[in-house]
Ligand binder design. Structure first.
Ligand code: GCB
Length: 597
């Protein structure tokens, strides 16, 4: 573990000061900033809200679609009474960043969807304002996640060409904190659970700096102590345990105390939920009870905010999801802001937590290519070892960050890569082995497969504990007047999977149609609301025909922004809700079905 990724909290021993607000910002199209010492100060900055994507504020295309280096700057007062360690913690900076404090380079981080922790203890000047500068970059390539490329226009401007179907938003997307901990401090903890009749055992493990005693206390929802234990690792026995149940969450508070006798050095508190996860044949078991997954693939996406985290949007999204009777979502196609998981823990939602391994097929229209059999030799190229290294690191960071959330019942380690070569198999075997080694809760591991990963050709499905399929029969394949053929083809594929007798659950992690709320048609026509309803009903009848299908996560929860193109009308319109989070007609169809499912 390089740095503690614990979510920042404040108490008598540690503190976090939120640095969100209006920062300074400057594009650096010719990458001159480093040479010209922008790490000290930006020469001609404009103002920029944090957290948010920069793209959504501008009125010119050049700025909206900017691709290359860009810099942020702010000032941060470090109180003179701070002792111990001082860090800056960025929830994420997309896609990579170098952090400077008072002109001194502190750390660099690759990957735009996981935290950056910069130890500024030796550089921060107490009792005054310190200058924080971030050099960031949003270019895409095939060595980093997510994958894509960059083209240079005739006018010299760079343009991101994602191999994925969401806008390449960039910026400081999540909250930034100044974190202060004692010199010797709690760095990490993890929990696993065993159920024993009505009782439960919470097995815990802690990581801390310094040689001190550890006491761990568990408190119930009313704040009453339930049990405690001494030692860096050990067991907490909970009689008559309240289990964390799907859509009926119960959260305990765990407090880890670092101390020398009665002198407390550090304390860290978090909320945990007692629940187990297991795959048994074709069933997904939470607390040994089968659960059928109902819900959505989502995006962190909204007007003006871009991919910037906002509590109000998260609240509305949970209310809408609850209204549809959903119980699950996938963080397609990257780890979301930590606040999403904390919210899901409280609401009793299940999460398939996905790493940003998307675009592992050379196509800027991968959504269309998925049905065509197109093969691009993605895993047969010399850049793959570098990509693998980044992929492994990001799986590690994601699991380290999210391992204690009861909502996270599974990790998804890819979305729609090429999977039909032994190269792909070897690549993903390394990823799955690593993930299984580091997840203390031994969660089921999965990945989302597109249609080219057919039962006869795919060499990677056997790596998964349950198999996630993204399928668009009736949209990309045999859409509109051919929908009866679509159903036939869909059933044919499912019969071929059934014939393999894999005895594992299958979950549909994508199915949907682009739908404009303005379009109504009787009989239905593609893009109309009626067609979205009809398509869903057809899909449901297929899902209900196979016992091994144990979940349906519609694509997408809401309309979202993408790159421009002839197949996208100001974004992807497959939302069950509009981008403003109002229901399309199909939302009522889902609500009705999921009420009794
Ligand atoms: C897919 C991708 C998703 C796209 C979706 C679509 O297969 O996984 O990122 O947005 O299809 O709508 O085409």
């Amino acid at each position: 573990m390089n740095q503690s990724l614990l979510f920042p909290i404040s108490n008598d021993y540690r503190s976090c000061i939120n640095l969100d607000g209006l920062w300074k910002f400057q594009f650096d199209p010719n990458s001159i900033g480093t040479k010209e010492n922008w790490n000290n100060h930006l020469p001609k900055p404009i103002s920029m809200p944090v957290p948010a994507s920069f793209a959504t504020f501008f009125t010119t295309k050049e700025e909206r679609d900017y691709c290359g280096d860009f810099w942020y700057e702010t000032e941060c007062f470090v109180p003179s009474n701070m002792t111990g360690k001082i860090y800056l913690r960025f929830g994420s900076v997309t896609h990579r960043a170098t952090i400077f404090c008072n002109g001194v380079e502190i750390t660099s981080h690759e990957g735009g969807f996981l935290p950056i922790v910069a130890d500024i203890t030796s550089v921060a000047i107490k009792g005054q304002k310190n200058t924080i500068v971030v050099k960031a970059n949003n270019e895409l390539n095939e060595k980093t996640l997510p994958c894509g490329t960059v083209m240079t226009l005739k006018n010299g401007n760079k343009l991101a060409k994602p191999y994925f179907d969401f806008f390449n938003y960039a910026g400081i997307h999540r909250s930034v904190y100044l974190v202060n901990t004692p010199e010797d401090a709690i760095e990490d903890y993890s929990v696993t659970y065993t159920l024993k009749g009505k009782d439960a055992v919470v097995h815990y493990d802690t990581v801390s700096r310094g040689n001190h005693d550890i006491t761990v206390i568990l408190k119930d929802q009313e704040g009453n102590e339930v049990c405690r234990n001494e030692g860096a690792s050990g067991d907490l026995y909970v009689t008559n345990a309240h289990l964390w149940k799907v859509r009926n969450a119960y959260l305990y508070t765990i407090e880890v105390i670092l101390h020398d006798g009665s002198t407390v050095i550090d304390s860290y508190e978090d909320r945990i939920g007692i629940r187990t996860v297991r795959i048994d044949g074709t069933k997904i078991l939470i607390n040994e009870e089968p659960v059928y997954l109902k819900g959505f693939g989502k995006h962190e996406d909204f007007d003006i905010l871009g991919r910037g985290f906002n509590w109000a949007i998260a609240k509305r999204d949970f209310e809408c999801m609850k209204w549809t009777n959903a119980n699950c979502f996938r963080t397609s196609h990257y780890p979301y802001a930590e606040e999403w998981y904390r919210f899901a823990d409280e609401e009793g939602f299940l999460i398939i937590d996905e790493v940003a391994a998307v675009g592992m097929m050379r196509s800027t229209h991968n959504f269309a290519a998925a049905g065509t059999g197109q093969y691009t030799y993605f895993f047969e190229t010399p850049t793959v070892p570098a990509l693998l290294k980044n992929h492994l690191t990001q799986v590690e960071e994601m699991i380290q960050r999210d391992k204690n959330h009861p909502s996270v019942f599974s990790f998804s380690l890819f979305n729609e890569p090429e999977t039909t070569s032994t190269y792909a198999h070897d690549y993903f075997k390394a990823i799955f082995d690593h993930a299984r080694n580091i997840d203390p809760q031994n969660r089921p591991m999965t990945g989302a497969f597109e249609k080219n990963s057919a039962p006869e050709k795919c060499l990677c499905y056997m790596l998964c504990n349950f198999i996630c399929l993204n399928r668009y029969y009736g949209w990309y394949i045999s859409g509109g007047p051919e929908i009866s053929d679509a159903e036939w083809k869909f059933r044919d594929e499912m019969n071929r999977w059934q014939a393999k007798d894999l005895n594992v659950p299958f979950v549909f992690t994508e199915f949907g149609t682009d739908t404009l709320p303005s379009e109504h048609s009787l009989p239905s026509i593609m893009w109309s609301q009626e067609y979205q309803d009809e398509y869903m009903e057809m899909n449901f009848s297929v899902f209900d025909s196979y016992d091994f299908i144990q979940g349906e996560l519609a694509w997408n929860f809401a309309d979202f922004q993408t790159s421009e193109g002839i197949m996208r009308v100001n974004g992807n319109k497959k939302g069950v809700f509009t981008r403003q989070r109002q229901p399309k007609d199909v939302a009522f169809v889902m609500k009705k079905r999921w009420a009794d499912k």
